[in-house]
Design a protein around this ligand. Structure first.
Ligand code: ZN
Length: 312
């Protein structure tokens, strides 16, 4: 897919009627999770009308809760302070950012009480959810989207049995590595497109199966199940990234296969036991600096634009 098509898809998500339908859909689902007047921390840095953060804020407002929006100040500790001092009891954010909050909470021994986490903008993997549940002692629900700044295409099943797609708005095609459609029910790359503009086919860089059997939760919408990293994901970088992110001593990490080979950049908590890192890698480890450190951000990858880079 061309980069232009992806940009066009993001632009489309900002059209007023698409934004309105998405907010209405999110409100319907968020209302099940949020309480009246509850402070909800929204952990997405970009906050322009039409993007995921903005859509979530509108839905939180309509649910009767109070959004606390993470603005231009992206420092990790500022995020924690927002959650703590504003007494946010629910968080909506990308799983890795919420996971980072659990590590900060531990590092600073803060009595942070979070009732519910709703993850969005990134496919949730079981170990991320486990880390969040253990770290914040909360319930976790999920929300699925195309990425940070684009349309929301579905919502996690209320019984955690995959992701129900908003099929009136978005179609999904499951394809093999050459882009050919696979028979329904087979595992393959997820390709998503708006019904109104089927030529905009967005590669999700994740794999899943499409399941049309009736769901235990009672929702009749088609489901994506068995999520896993896309075939284009570098398995070595992915496995190493997962391993590093599991360590409470590593607040954040970024991996890259560059000119000098494997490059590892990590923000770590001083005094904690660090994971064993590959000796051959070019390593940049620096202690957490609350004044300056910003979370690394997951950049949705677009086919044809990948350069072997991975923010995990
Ligand atoms: Zn369901």
């Amino acid at each position: 897919m061309e980069y232009g098509a992806y940009t066009a898809m993001i632009d489309r998500s900002m059209e007023p009627q698409v934004a309105e339908r998405t907010v209405a859909y999110l409100t319907e689902h968020l209302s099940q999770f949020l309480r009246k007047n509850e402070q909800v921390l929204i952990c997405f840095p970009e906050h322009t009308p039409g993007n995921l953060s903005w859509l979530m804020e509108q839905a939180v407002l309509r649910s009767g809760a109070c959004p606390v929006v993470w603005g231009a100040d992206r420092r990790w500790k500022a995020l924690l302070q927002l959650a703590f001092y504003r007494k946010a009891t629910a968080i909506i954010g990308a799983p890795l950012i919420v996971l980072g909050l659990t590590k900060l909470k531990k590092a600073y021994s803060l009595p942070l009480y979070i009732r519910r986490v709703i993850t969005a903008g990134y496919p949730c993997l079981d170990w991320m959810i486990d880390g969040i549940v253990q770290g914040l002692d909360c319930q976790v629900g999920g929300c699925f989207s195309l990425g940070l700044s684009s349309v929301v295409a579905g919502f996690a099943c209320g019984h955690s049995l995959g992701v129900h797609l908003w099929e009136e708005e978005y179609g999904v095609d499951i394809v093999d590595s050459s882009g050919q459609s696979l028979p329904e029910g087979e595992l393959g790359e997820i390709l998503l497109y708006p019904r109104e503009q089927p030529e905009l086919r967005c590669v999700m860089d994740s794999m899943a199966r499409l399941d049309r059997t009736s769901c235990e939760c009672g929702c009749g919408a088609v489901r994506l199940v068995d999520f896993r990293p896309g075939a284009s994901t570098d398995p070595e970088l992915f496995a190493l990234g997962q391993e590093l992110q599991r360590w409470t001593s590593v607040l954040d990490c970024r991996l890259n296969k560059g000119e000098s080979g494997l490059e590892i950049e990590a923000i770590v908590f001083p005094g904690e036991k660090l994971p064993k890192l590959p000796a051959a890698a070019k390593r940049v480890l620096h202690p957490f600096d609350p004044e300056h450190d910003e979370p690394y951000w997951y950049v949705p990858r677009v086919k044809g634009m990948r350069k072997g880079k991975s923010d995990i």
